[in-house]
Ligand binder design. Structure first.
Ligand code: TXE
Length: 498
C-alpha cells in the first residue's frame, strides 16, 4: 500500500532514463524533459539519441538476428521468456501505470487496466511462439513434396506514438519476439519511459542481449533515419497518416523494407432507432471520451437514425456532462489531460472551426481549468454535414460530430464517406441490419452493440488510408515472417539431358 501511495502524486524530481543497446544501458548527452500534461511539472528526462546511436542499435539487432541466438531457439523456449515477462509485468503493474499516466495524462485506473491488457499480449504472444507453423503440399504427385516455411523477417524497426505508449508497444513486441525477429524501438519523444522500463523487464526475463534495443529521439531525426535505414528489414509504424506516407516513400527509396502501418481514423458509430438507446449512448460517450478521444479507433462520427436523433443526442449529452474529467492521478478520474500542448491547440482549433462552420454545439466545447495541466470537456456537435472539416479530419480529441440517416443504404454510404477505414460500430437489435452494416462498412475493426472491446487474440489494423497489415494474434505474428516455398524431389530424377 505504501508503494501505491508513492504513485499518487508527481515525483519530486524528474526521473532520468538512458537508452538501451545490445543489453546495456547507455547515457545520453542531451535530453528531452517531459512535463506531465496533467500537472505541468517535469517528470522524466530521456536521451536525445543520435543517428550513430541508431546505427549501433541496428548493428546489434543484426548480429543478434544473424547468429540465431533468439530465432534458433525452439518456440517453447521463446514462449517461456514471454511468460516470464508477463509475470514480471504483473509485479510492476502500479509502477508502469504511474509513469504512463505521468507522461501521457491518462487516468491512473485506466493505465492499470492497460497494463493488464499488455500482460495478456505477452501471454498470447507466448502461445503464438509455440503455434507458429508453415504448411505442406502433399498434392504435387508422388515425385515431389512441398513445404511452406515461415521464417522471421529479420531486424524490425518499431516506431510508436504517444497516445497508448505501452499498450501499442505490447500489441507488437511479443508478436515480433514470437516470430524470432530482433528489433530497434523508437517510442514517441514525449512518452518514452515505459518503453525503456520494458527493456529492464525483458532482460530480467532472460531475453538475449541485442534482441530488444531502444533508441529515444525525435521523429524527424531518428524516426526518419529508421524508415530510410538499409539494414532494417521491416518497419512497424503507428502514428499520423502523413508520416505513414513518408515512411512509404522512404522505404521505396532505400531497401523496399516491408511496412506495417497503423494510421489515422475517422470512425463511424451507427445508431439505429431500434437499438437500446441507453446502451448506445453509453457506448458513444465512451467511444469519443476514452483516452480524451486520442485513440486511433475513437468513434468520432455519430451516424444516428433521424427518427430518434434529437432524443439520442439529448441522452448522450446528459451522459457526457457526467463524465469525471480530472487529475490523472485521482483514482476516480475517467478522462484525464490532453497529452501535448500541440494536440490541445489542434482540438480547440477544431472546436472553433465547428462553430464557424455552422454546427450546433450541444455540450462541451471548452477547455476546463483545473489550475494546472490541459483539459477539454467532452464535446458534441449536432447538425454536422459531411463537408465540414470536423466531419472529415481526424481531430484526435473528445469531439463527436452527429449526422443523421433515414435508410440502411444511407447509413452505410455515410459511414464509408471517409479516406480512413480503421474501426466502426453499429447499434441495433435487428440481426439483419447488424450483419448488413458489418459486411458493407469498410473498417479493420468492427463492434456490434459494444465499443472498443477485444483482446490480443484478435488482429488490429485498417482498411484504406488507415494503414497496411495487421498486428496481434496469429495474424500479427505472421506479419513478421517471410514465406519460403521448399520443393523436395522424391526418388530418382527424370533427366533433362537424355
Ligand atoms: O504524430 P506523428 P503526432 C495522429 C493524430 C494526431 C496526429 C499528429 O491525428 O493529431 O497524428 O500527431 C514519429 N519519420 N495520430 O504529430 O508525428 C514520432 O516521433 C518517422 C494518430 O504526434 O505521426 C512518433 O514516435 N517517424 C495515431 C510517431 O512517429 C516519425 C497516433 C508518431 O508521431 C517522423 C498518433 C518521421 N518523419 C497520432 N515524424 C494513431 N494511429 O493512433 C514523427 N515520427
Amino acid at each position: 500500500m505504501d508503494q501505491l501511495n508513492n504513485f499518487l502524486s508527481p515525483p519530486a524530481a524528474p526521473r532520468d532514463f538512458g537508452f538501451f543497446v545490445d543489453g546495456k544501458w547507455q547515457s545520453g548527452h542531451d535530453f528531452f524533459v517531459r512535463h506531465s500534461p496533467g500537472h505541468g511539472v517535469a517528470v522524466t528526462r530521456t536521451a536525445k539519441c543520435s543517428v550513430d546511436d541508431l546505427n549501433a542499435a541496428v548493428a546489434a539487432a543484426r548480429r543478434a538476428f544473424e547468429d540465431r541466438r533468439w530465432s534458433g531457439l525452439p518456440g517453447g523456449s521463446r514462449a517461456s521468456v514471454l511468460l516470464r515477462v508477463a509475470e514480471i509485468l504483473r509485479t510492476r503493474r502500479d509502477e508502469l501505470a504511474y509513469w504512463e499516466t505521468l507522461e501521457n495524462g491518462k487516468p491512473i485506473a485506466q493505465a492499470r487496466g492497460e497494463i493488464d491488457h499488455c500482460i495478456a499480449c505477452f501471454e498470447v504472444g507466448a502461445g503464438a511462439a509455440r503455434l507458429l507453423h508453415g504448411d505442406s503440399f502433399n498434392s504435387l504427385g508422388d515425385g515431389l513434396f512441398g513445404m511452406v516455411l515461415r521464417e522471421p523477417i529479420g531486424v524490425v524497426g518499431l516506431i510508436t506514438p504517444w497516445n497508448f505508449p505501452f499498450l501499442i508497444l505490447c500489441e507488437r513486441v511479443p508478436f515480433i519476439l514470437a516470430s524470432g525477429c530482433t528489433m530497434v524501438v523508437k517510442p514517441s519523444e514525449v512518452t518514452s519511459a515505459t518503453t525503456l522500463i520494458l527493456a529492464e523487464v525483458l532482460a530480467e526475463a532472460g531475453l538475449p542481449d541485442g534482441v530488444y534495443n531502444v533508441i529515444t529521439g525525435s521523429g524527424r531525426t531518428i524516426g526518419q533515419a529508421m524508415s530510410e535505414h538499409p539494414d532494417i528489414d521491416m518497419l512497424s509504424f503507428t502514428g499520423s497518416t502523413a508520416v505513414g506516407r513518408s515512411c512509404v516513400h522512404a522505404a521505396a527509396d532505400s531497401n523496399f523494407k516491408k511496412l506495417g502501418l497503423e494510421l489515422g481514423g475517422k470512425n463511424p458509430i451507427i445508431v439505429f432507432a431500434d437499438s437500446d438507446l441507453e446502451d448506445a449512448a453509453d457506448g458513444a460517450a465512451f467511444g469519443i471520451s476514452f483516452n480524451t478521444g486520442q485513440c486511433c479507433v475513437s468513434s468520432s462520427r455519430l451516424i444516428v437514425e433521424r427518427s430518434v436523433a434529437r432524443e439520442f443526442e439529448a441522452l448522450l449529452a446528459e451522459k457526457m456532462k457526467r463524465i469525471r474529467v480530472g487529475d490523472p492521478l485521482d483514482e476516480t478520474t475517467q478522462v484525464g489531460a490532453i497529452t501535448t500542448e500541440a494536440q490541445n491547440t489542434t482540438i480547440l482549433d477544431y472546436i472553433a472551426k465547428g462553430k464557424t462552420e455552422g454546427a450546433e454545439l450541444v455540450t462541451g466545447g471548452t477547455a476546463i481549468d483545473l489550475g494546472r495541466g490541459q483539459y477539454i470537456a467532452p464535446t458534441l456537435f449536432s447538425g454536422v454535414s459531411r463537408e465540414m472539416a470536423i466531419a472529415r479530419d481526424e481531430i484526435f480529441g473528445p469531439v463527436l460530430c452527429s449526422m443523421t440517416f433515414d435508410t440502411v443504404e444511407q447509413a452505410v454510404e455515410l459511414a464509408n464517406d471517409t479516406v480512413y477505414g480503421l474501426a466502426a460500430s453499429v447499434w441495433t437489435k435487428n440481426i439483419d441490419k447488424a450483419l448488413t452494416v458489418t459486411r458493407r462498412v469498410r473498417a479493420g475493426r468492427f463492434w456490434v452493440n459494444t465499443m472498443m472491446a477485444g483482446g490480443p487474440e484478435m488482429p488490429l489494423g485498417g482498411f484504406k488510408q488507415s494503414g497496411w497489415g495487421r498486428e496481434a494474434g496469429m495474424y500479427g505474428v505472421e506479419e513478421y515472417t517471410q514465406v519460403k516455398s521448399v520443393h523436395v524431389e522424391i526418388g530418382k530424377r527424370t533427366h533433362w539431358i537424355s
